[in-house]
Structure formats: C-alpha cells, structure tokens
Design a binder for this molecule. Structure first.
Ligand SMILES: CC(C)(COP(=O)(O)OP(=O)(O)OC[C@H]1O[C@@H](n2cnc3c(N)ncnc32)[C@H](O)[C@@H]1OP(=O)(O)O)[C@@H](O)C(=O)NCCC(=O)NCCS
Length: 171
C-alpha cells in the first residue's frame, strides 16, 4: 500500500494520516472551519485574502442550505480539514455539488484530503447519490489533487461569469 492510500478492508482507514479522525461536519465546527478556510485559501494556488467574516458567512450559508452534507477531519481535537456541499436533484439522479474543500497548509500532502473524499463517497453512496461535481482552478495543485482522486473535466459544462459594472446609473 502506498503512502496516503486508503484501506477499508478492515473497516478502518490506514493512511499516513493515521491519527486523523473523520466525521460528519457539525454546525459547531463553523468557527474552526472558518480559520482553516482562511489559511488554506491564503496559500497555493489561490493566494486569496479572505476576511474572516466573509469566510464564515460563506460556510454558514452552505451548511444551512437544503441538501447540505459535509465532513470534517480532526487531528487530536483540532479541525484540520473539511468538505461542505449539497445534494441536488438532477433529472433522475442526485448529484453532490462539492462547494468547498480544504486542509490546513501545515498538514497538507499527508492524505487527509483523500481520506475525507473516501468518507464523503461512503456517505453519498448511502444517500443514493450518483455523481460529484465541483469548480476549481484549471491546471492547479487543486486540479491535480482531484484528478488523482478520479475527477475529470466535464464533457460539456463550462463556467461563465459576468462582472457587474460599478459605474452604471441606477434604474
Ligand atoms: C487540495 C487539498 C484539499 C488537498 O488536500 P491534501 O490533504 O493536501 O491532499 P492529499 O494529501 O490527500 O493529496 C495530496 C495531493 O494533493 C496535491 N497537493 C496538495 N497539496 C499540495 C502542495 N502543497 N503542493 C503540491 N501538490 C499538492 C498533490 O497532487 C498531492 O499529491 P502528491 O503528494 O502525490 O503530489 C489541499 O491541498 C488544500 O486545502 N488546498 C488549498 C485549498 C484548495 O485548493 N481546495 C480545493 C479547491 S476548491
């Protein structure tokens, strides 16, 4: 078994991250998750400056929305990573929109991301979900991580954005 590989054959995961415990995300995890999010997105490949209250509002909105499902990873008693998103109806199927995922920079590359995805897969299978989708930066560390975990670019879907001009006269 290579480093970071999950082994569920004994009903438990053995990875490099052996002292990591993964469980469903709970609303009490919000403050700790906000701290991890701010630190994770300040690093590669994003270098984003997130005010703490914006990060908190973003995560709070996700976890209080219909269809929410999330996982949190702990090292001893400290939250070190999480995934949050929602299950959505899509024609005859249910799809999971993975809205945010991150791991604290000092414990990245230890298999925690992979471990959380394995936990997420089990929960989603049990919930009857058929597919996971997400948005991420093209050709980035994040894309590399997702590709290593079975994700591929969508066949047809693309992302469009429209920036609202700030100098337009009010209607
Ligand atoms: C992407 C992320 C969630 C992966 O979590 P993780 O616990 O580091 O992931 P794992 O240890 O299971 O997998 C490691 C793989 O992720 C990628 N990776 C993670 N951190 C990396 C880093 N600092 N430099 C290069 N590759 C990195 C690599 O592909 C690595 O595989 P390798 O070691 O064989 O090269 C984490 O790096 C992170 O939080 N990044 C910042 C936020 C982010 O990009 N979130 C996802 C985008 S929405």
């Amino acid at each position: 078994m290579s480093h970071g590989e999950a082994d569920s054959s004994h009903g438990m995961e053995m990875t490099m991250a052996q002292d990591i415990h993964v469980r469903p995300f709970s609303p009490e995890d919000l403050d700790a998750a906000t701290r991890v999010f701010v630190q994770a997105f300040a690093g590669e490949p994003w270098y984003e400056d997130w005010p703490s209250d914006s990060a908190r509002r973003r995560i709070a909105a996700i976890i209080h929305a219909p269809g929410f499902l999330g996982v949190a990873a702990f090292k001893e008693r400290d939250l070190v990573g999480f995934i949050v998103g929602r299950i959505e109806a899509y024609r005859t199927e249910d799809h999971f929109y993975l809205q945010e995922m991150c791991v604290l920079p000092e414990v990245q590359r230890q298999g925690i991301g992979k471990l959380m995805l394995a936990h997420l897969h089990r929960r989603l299978k049990a919930a009857g979900c058929q597919q996971i989708y997400l948005l991420t930066a093209r050709e980035s560390i994040a894309e590399r991580f997702y590709r290593q975990n079975g994700f591929r670019p969508a066949g047809r879907a693309g992302v469009l954005v429209a920036r609202l001009p700030d100098n337009e006269r009010p209607i």
